[in-house]
Write a protein that binds this ligand. Structure first.
Ligand code: MN
Length: 203
């Protein structure tokens, strides 16, 4: 099996004015495609791993041969993270959470505003490139984390229910150095229906 770039679930310009069309085109067609291509190149060297899903690859990197371990970590991670990220966004979305995750956030953080403050702090505070996450941890508790590079919480046995890409490629064309403005825009795009799906699966 070769890994394939999934289509965006909406038009490139559908997330305007929050995420601009040019960024979405580059981010999906070039950056995400590169992770997929590089993952396939790495796995060609050890074809016995070609049938594993990206999740299975990331869950136990130590079983992989050393010569492809870093490439798989970065590129299976990049493929998995971006595949989730596109679905975590939607046009005409954002605002307050709905459904089970709304109750879960209130229970874990006290309020949506407190969750949002913690998430923004994690996203602003991630030095260099990485992601901010809302995860369900091993104890079944919702918490905010961040990861470097293309690492995914699954590598720590935690399940992502919401994530934000804070690599500069995700925002620099429109927001330049203003990462906090990009983070605020993200909250106008969160697809709470999909977050609820992930939350239900994680539980
Ligand atoms: Mn990205």
């Amino acid at each position: 099996m070769t890994h394939v770039l999934p289509e965006l679930p909406y038009a490139y310009d559908a997330l305007e004015p929050f995420f601009d069309e040019e960024t979405m085109r580059l981010h999906h067609d070039k950056h995400h495609q590169a992770y997929v291509n590089n993952l396939n190149v790495a796995l060609e060297k050890h074809s016995e791993f070609e049938t594993l899903s990206v999740e299975d690859l990331l869950k136990d990197l130590n079983v992989l041969p050393e010569d492809i371990r870093t490439a798989v970590r970065n590129n299976a991670g990049g493929h998995f993270n971006h595949s989730l990220f596109w679905k975590m966004l939607a046009p005409n979305a954002g605002g307050l959470p709905t459904g089970e995750i709304a109750a879960g956030i209130t229970e874990a953080f006290g309020s949506f505003d407190e969750f949002k403050a913690q998430f923004k702090a994690a996203a602003v505070g991630r030095f260099g490139s990485g992601w901010a996450w809302l995860v369900l941890d091993k104890a079944g508790k919702l918490k905010v984390t961040s990861t470097a590079n293309q690492d995914n919480p699954i590598m720590n046995d935690e399940k992502a229910v919401l994530g934000l890409d804070v690599w500069e490629h995700a925002y620099y064309l429109k927001y330049r150095n203003l990462r906090p403005d990009y983070i605020e825009a993200f909250f106008s795009l969160v697809n709470w229906d999909f977050v609820n799906e992930l939350y239900a699966k994680a539980k």
